[in-house]
Design a protein around this ligand. Structure first.
Ligand SMILES: *[C@@H]1O[C@H](CO)[C@@H](O)[C@H](O)[C@H]1NC(C)=O
Ligand SMILES: *[C@@H]1O[C@H](CO)[C@@H](O)[C@H](O)[C@H]1NC(C)=O
Ligand SMILES: *[C@@H]1O[C@H](CO)[C@@H](O)[C@H](O)[C@H]1NC(C)=O
Ligand SMILES: *[C@@H]1O[C@H](CO)[C@@H](O)[C@H](O)[C@H]1NC(C)=O
Length: 411
C-alpha cells in the first residue's frame, strides 16, 4: 500500500535517472525543443486512466516543464503576423523587423518583455495605427499555459452597433487586446480559446471558446466562479463559432482585477489555461494571490480552487474540438466585437478620433515576465503496487530540475 504522495515522485526520479543516465546539466537546445511541438501529450487513453483514479487520494498527475518563453530569447520562436486584421481592426500589424525597429516589441534589461501599439506617432484621420500580433511557431495539443504578466493592454472603449456584411454587429471602438490560442487549418475546425480578452468595462476579463458545431458549454455553474456570457437574456452556451456572429461560448470573470486598470495597478498577475482530457479551464490570480507552486515552477491546479471559467469535457470533447494550437498575443483597435452587447464605459469621440492621438494608447501594452508551458505526466497507482505510465520519456533537463525542486521542497 502506498499512501504517501512522495513515493511515486521518488520513483519517477529514479526512473528518470535510469532512463537518462547521459543527461547533463546543460539546457536542451531550443531547436530540439521545437521538435517536441505538436506532439500529443494528453491522450484519450490517459483520460480513461485518470477517470479510474479519481476516487484515489494519491496524486495522479504532475505538470512538468515543457516550453518557456521569457527574457532576451522571448521573441525567437514567434511569427509576426503582418496581414490585414481578420477582426477588422483599424490596425496595421507590422512584421518582425519593423516591430523591433519601431520599438513596438523589446526586452528590457531586467528581462521584462514589452509588446505594444504605437504610442508615439500622431496620425492623420483614417490612418490605421501600428501594432503587433505574434503567434508561436510551436503548436500544442493539451498543456498548462502559465502567463505571468505585469500589465495587459487596455484603453478607453465605446461600443457602436453597425452593419457589417448584412449583419448587425457590435463594434468595439478602442483598445482590444487578446491572449489566445488557435488551431491549425481552417478556422474554427481546430478550435480557439480566448484566455485574456479585455473588453466591456475594462475591469472584467472574458474567456471564450470557438469551435465547430457539437461543442456545448454545459459546465455546472458551481464548478467555476465566472458568469456565463449572455446576450439579450440568452446565455451563449453553444460554442459553435459559425452561429451568433461568431460569438462562441464564454464566461466573464468575476474578479474586477482580472483586466484593465485594476489588474495593472496591483502589479498584474498570472493567467493559467489548463487544457487536458478533463476540459479547458482558466484561472487568473492577481499578483498578491499567485499560488506558491506557480511561483516555484511546480504548478498543481488541484491547489488553486475553482477556475474562473471551465469548458468541461462532458459538454465538449477537448481533444476533438481543439488541436494543434499556437499561442497568440495581439493588440488591435476598433475591431469587431461580435455578438456582445455588454454595457461599457463611454469614452469621448469616435474610434477614428481616438486613433489620431498617441496619448490615448499610453496603456496599450503587454508587459510580460514569462510564458511557461507544462505538460501533464499521468501516473497511476493500483492497490497491489502501482505502475508508472511514462508514454513520453522524461529527458527534459528542465523537467528533471523541476522534479528535484519538488522533492527538496517536500522533504
Ligand atoms: C517589413 O515591412 C516593411 C513595411 O511594410 C517592409 O518595407 C519590409 O520589407 C518588411 N520586411 C520584411 C523582412 O519583410
Ligand atoms: C444563464 O446563466 C446564469 C448563470 O451564469 C443563470 O443564472 C441563468 O439562469 C441562465 N439564464 C438562462 C436564460 O438560461
Ligand atoms: C495537427 O497537425 C498534424 C501535423 O501537422 C496533422 O497531421 C494533423 O492532421 C493536425 N490535426 C488536425 C486535427 O488538424
Ligand atoms: C493609463 O493608465 C493610468 C493609470 O491607471 C491612467 O491614469 C491613465 O488615464 C491611462 N491613460 C489612458 C490613455 O488610458
Amino acid at each position: 500500500m502506498f499512501h504517501s504522495s512522495r513515493l511515486p515522485i521518488y520513483l519517477l526520479i529514479l526512473i528518470s535517472f535510469t532512463h537518462n543516465a547521459q543527461a547533463t546539466s546543460t539546457t536542451r537546445p531550443r531547436t530540439s525543443r521545437l521538435s517536441w511541438a505538436g506532439r500529443t501529450f494528453g491522450s484519450a487513453e490517459n483520460g480513461i486512466e485518470l477517470g479510474k483514479r479519481e476516487s484515489n487520494a494519491t496524486p495522479s498527475a504532475l505538470w512538468l516543464p515543457y516550453d518557456e518563453y521569457s527574457g532576451k530569447s522571448f521573441f525567437d520562436r514567434w511569427d509576426f503576423f503582418d496581414q490585414a486584421d481578420p477582426t477588422h481592426g483599424h490596425v496595421t500589424y507590422v512584421n518582425r523587423s519593423d516591430a523591433f525597429s519601431k520599438n513596438l516589441v523589446y526586452v528590457q534589461n531586467d528581462g521584462t518583455v514589452i509588446m505594444k501599439g504605437d504610442n508615439t506617432n500622431f496620425l492623420d484621420r483614417g490612418v490605421f495605427r501600428d501594432s503587433v500580433r505574434i503567434s508561436s511557431k510551436a503548436q500544442y495539443n493539451t498543456g498548462l499555459f502559465v502567463l505571468d504578466l505585469n500589465r495587459a493592454p487596455w484603453g478607453c472603449g465605446t461600443i457602436d452597433i453597425k452593419e457589417v456584411q448584412n449583419t448587425m454587429m457590435t463594434v468595439l471602438t478602442g483598445v482590444w487586446p487578446a491572449f489566445w490560442t488557435v488551431g491549425s487549418g481552417n478556422w474554427p475546425q481546430t478550435g480557439e480559446v480566448d484566455i485574456i480578452e479585455g473588453v466591456h468595462d475594462n475591469e472584467h476579463n472574458q474567456v471564450a471558446w470557438h469551435t465547430l458545431d457539437g461543442c456545448r458549454l454545459t459546465t455546472p455553474t458551481n464548478r467555476f466562479t465566472g458568469t456565463l456570457v449572455s446576450v439579450n437574456g440568452q446565455n451563449h452556451t453553444d460554442c459553435n463559432a459559425l452561429i451568433n456572429d461568431n460569438a462562441g461560448c464564454g464566461i466573464v470573470e468575476w474578479s474586477r482585477a482580472s483586466y484593465g486598470p485594476y489588474f495593472d495597478a496591483q502589479g498584474g498577475g498570472v493567467f493559467v489555461m489548463k487544457w487536458d482530457e478533463e476540459g479547458i479551464a482558466v484561472w487568473s490570480f492577481y499578483r498578491a494571490a499567485v499560488p506558491k507552486d506557480i511561483v516555484e515552477g511546480t504548478p498543481d491546479p488541484a491547489n488553486w480552487g475553482l477556475p474562473s471559467a471551465e469548458l468541461w469535457a462532458q459538454g465538449c470533447d477537448p481533444l476533438k474540438f481543439f488541436a494543434n494550437h499556437s499561442i497568440i498575443f495581439d493588440i488591435t483597435f476598433c475591431g469587431d466585437w461580435a455578438g456582445n452587447s455588454y454595457a461599457t464605459s463611454g469614452c469621448p469621440g469616435t474610434c477614428e478620433d481616438r486613433l489620431i492621438d498617441p496619448a490615448n494608447f499610453a496603456n496599450a501594452s503587454w508587459s510580460i515576465n514569462s510564458l511557461k508551458v507544462y505538460r501533464k505526466q499521468i501516473f497511476s497507482g493500483r492497490n497491489a503496487g502501482f505502475s508508472l505510465h511514462m508514454r513520453i520519456p522524461i529527458q527534459h533537463t528542465v523537467a528533471m530540475v523541476g522534479i528535484l525542486g519538488l522533492v527538496f521542497s517536500w522533504t
